[in-house]
Design a protein around this ligand. Structure first.
Ligand code: SAM
Ligand code: SF4
Length: 325
């Protein structure tokens, strides 16, 4: 399906839960967020119905995210049921990786294709600080099992924060020299309730890139085998892995945006940064059919703005974990 600006929309990101086992400083306020009551969250059958409807109107790729998606009970059943929808050819997951060793086998057997794992630092003390008490060793175990079970290409998401982990960008980029890891440096976005925390901590991708160029050698443009997404990818000489930059703030990539988001509470959000949402939960619970849901999805696509206006301020008071990152 095409939107008003002739962009092909074929990718659905689904927040399967607002809950999380970490409290990353850029994602959640120190006191945490109030979890949404279970009955307000879409159940697995409802999520599957939305994917079936989305597949009818051209969605081919699905990403499961959250909150922390691995906390959602029955996630492997959901993956299995989505994998049975013929039009869907790629199912991926964005996770903090902590619980991956416990569920990787079931998810792989269910049909999960690949994972993105968030990793902002290589230092254990700093990891505890950024996540407010997570264990870095657990993330590495998650990364290792992702390779072991072939959930590749394995991508790592690194949010760069000035005065916090920006001194590690070269070391993190250096990981790609040793393993086929695909690092994606993400510009910090001033969103959610932690919004005020981000002031002065923003690092533009250009600065990260020039530090890598200076210390590890010239980056050359590269392509990876699956899901190029909004990142622009590069490679260091002879490196098995790649380095990508997600320039949400300095160079918006809205021109090539192909995505829709489904929030945990069942609203379709045409753009992460724009408040517009189309409620699918109410019609689903009133018993409408897949074709009517497909029509609502088309109406959400028609609302997709040409570009985000994040620099004008973020109005939504919800955390990234509640909307679905
Ligand atoms: N819990 C999972 C995880 O951490 O990978 C999935 C959900 S999380 C909200 C998805 C991604 O959003 C993570 O890579 C996280 O680093 C990123 N994120 C959260 N808040 C952000 C912010 N303010 N700016 C940029 N990225 C952010
Ligand atoms: Fe949880 Fe992911 Fe947000 Fe960190 S970034 S608090 S792991 S949802």
């Amino acid at each position: 399906m095409k939107d008003t600006y002739h962009r092909e929309i074929n990718y659905l990101r689904i927040s399967v839960t607002d809950r999380c086992n970490l409290r990353c400083i850029y994602c959640m306020p120190p006191e945490g967020v109030q979890w949404i009551p279970h009955e307000e969250i879409l159940n697995l059958e409802e999520i599957e119905a939305v994917v079936k409807a989305a597949a009818l109107v051209g969605v081919k790729k699905v990403r499961l995210t959250g909150g922390e998606p691995l906390l959602r009970k029955g996630l492997d059943d959901l993956v299995r049921n989505i994998a049975r929808i013929p039009a869907i050819d790629d199912i991926s997951l964005t996770t903090n990786g902590l619980l991956l060793p416990y569920c990787v086998k079931a998810l792989k057997e269910a049909g999960l294709n690949r994972v993105n794992i968030s990793l902002d630092t290589l230092r254990k003390d700093r990891f505890r600080e950024i996540t407010r008490n997570g264990s870095l060793d657990d993330v590495w175990r998650g990364i290792d099992v992702a390779f072991e079970y072939g959930l590749t290409p394995v991508k790592l998401n690194t949010v760069v924060i000035r005065g916090f982990n920006d001194d590690e960008v070269v070391a993190i980029a250096g990981l790609t020299l040793k393993r086929p890891l695909h690092i994606r440096f993400i510009e910090l976005m001033p969103i959610g309730p932690s919004n005020s925390w981000t002031t002065g901590r923003f690092v533009p991708a250009e600065e990260i890139m020039s530090r890598i160029n200076d210390q590890l050698g010239q980056l050359v443009p590269a392509k990876i085998s699956a899901g190029n997404g909004p990142a622009q990818y590069y490679r260091l000489k002879d490196a098995p892995g790649t380095i990508g930059f997600i320039t949400s703030m300095t160079e918006h990539f809205c021109r090539s945006c192909n995505r829709l988001r489904l929030t945990a509470t069942g609203s379709l959000r045409p753009c992460l940064y724009d408040g517009l949402e189309v409620d699918l939960k109410t019609p689903l619970r009133e018993g409408v059919g897949i074709n009517e849901i497909a029509d609502l999805i088309l109406s959400a696509v028609a609302l997709k703005p040409d570009r985000h206006h994040m620099l004008d301020g973020w109005q939504d008071k919800r955390a990234m974990s509640q909307i679905g990152g």
